[in-house]
Ligand binder design. Structure first.
Ligand SMILES: CC(C)(COP(=O)(O)OP(=O)(O)OC[C@H]1O[C@@H](n2cnc3c(N)ncnc32)[C@H](O)[C@@H]1OP(=O)(O)O)[C@@H](O)C(=O)NCCC(=O)NCCS
Length: 165
């Protein structure tokens, strides 16, 4: 049975290991290997993860009896009504078993508990996850092309979900 746990700085190594195993597989067709490495190195080094947590990003980990199978993270934004789903990643072998939905539900509960009304996220326009987010009642708000450093761009949708609709 899958359970969702609130993560702390003690789980940073687990989150990092999950990211380094999931990202090269799920982004293989849409992002260059160099860009994947750059993004992992900048966002998932131990210090960066600790800083993200200290700044208020809340992480969740999905586990079965033996293994960690995915993670999600949510953070407040400058708009008190809006929270951002910063991360949502499930181990590829275990996709389509309800884990992503369970992680998203944890993020939604956290947002509602903190008086948020909207969850926003950024997702690559080529990412199959767009279909998942539509299924979870997110809608496309706008397209953005964001320079993330070293000449790398993220060609994304911003998608939003109203929690009080
Ligand atoms: C997107 C992701 C988190 C979904 O997680 P998951 O555990 O496979 O999804 P679930 O099993 O919880 O799916 C919930 C529902 O969405 C549907 N769904 C899942 N992936 C889908 C997709 N790509 N397109 C359309 N529907 C999808 C499921 O069939 C299920 O439908 P149901 O409720 O009718 O049974 C997962 O595919 C993933 O980790 N992708 C790679 C990482 C990634 O790109 N993350 C997003 C970064 S912005």
């Amino acid at each position: 049975m899958i359970k969702i746990f609130v993560a702390s700085t003690e789980d940073i190594t687990t989150i990092r290991q999950l990211a380094y195993s999931i990202w090269p597989v799920v982004y293989a067709d849409i992002v260059s290997r160099e860009q994947i490495n750059y993004m992992l190195d900048t966002r998932y080094n131990l210090q960066s993860l600790e800083e993200q947590m200290k700044k208020g990003q809340q992480f969740f980990i999905a586990k079965d009896e033996n293994n960690s199978l995915g993670y999600a993270a949510v953070a407040p934004t400058n708009n008190p009504d809006r929270f951002k789903l910063e991360k949502l990643y499930v181990v590829p072998d275990t996709h389509k078993k309800g884990i992503g939905k369970q992680l998203l539900e944890a993020v939604e509960h956290f947002t509602i508990e903190h008086n948020g009304k909207v969850i926003e996220l950024q997702v690559n326009r080529q990412n199959k996850a767009v279909g998942f987010y539509h299924k979870m009642q997110f809608e496309i708000e706008q397209e953005v092309d964001v320079l993330i450093g070293e000449g790398y761009y993220m060609n994304d949708y911003i998608m939003i979900k109203y929690l009080t609709k």
